[in-house]
Design a protein around this ligand. Structure first.
Ligand SMILES: [Ca+2]
Ligand SMILES: [Ca+2]
Length: 91
């Protein structure tokens, strides 16, 4: 039981670290917020071939305070949604 719990936690930590790195990568001007255009530029460049309308939807879902940009916490939510979405697409 403890072992399984540990693995889940480790996975979660890893996902957090990835989200942190991506956040830094996307937030090029370093103001602590990621705008939709930052996201599209970086994600489109790396993973997404075309501008994906579902990204916009995910962005709005993750933008809890609705200010049109993602802070670090909101970005993690976005990333989780995005990863889930990707898994669905691949699987
Ligand atoms: Ca920024
Ligand atoms: Ca926000």
């Amino acid at each position: 039981m403890d072992f399984l719990g540990g693995v889940t936690l480790e996975k979660r930590n890893y996902a957090n670290q990835v989200a942190d790195l991506l956040f830094q990568m996307c937030d090029e001007d370093g103001d602590g917020f990621v705008q939709p255009e930052d996201l599209l530029k970086d994600l489109v460049g790396h993973k997404v071939q075309e501008s994906d309308p579902s990204l916009d939807l995910l962005f709005k879902k993750a933008d809890a305070d609705g200010d049109g940009k993602l802070n670090r916490d909101e970005f993690k939510v976005f990333w989780e949604l995005y990863a889930t979405e990707q898994e669905k697409t691949i699987g």
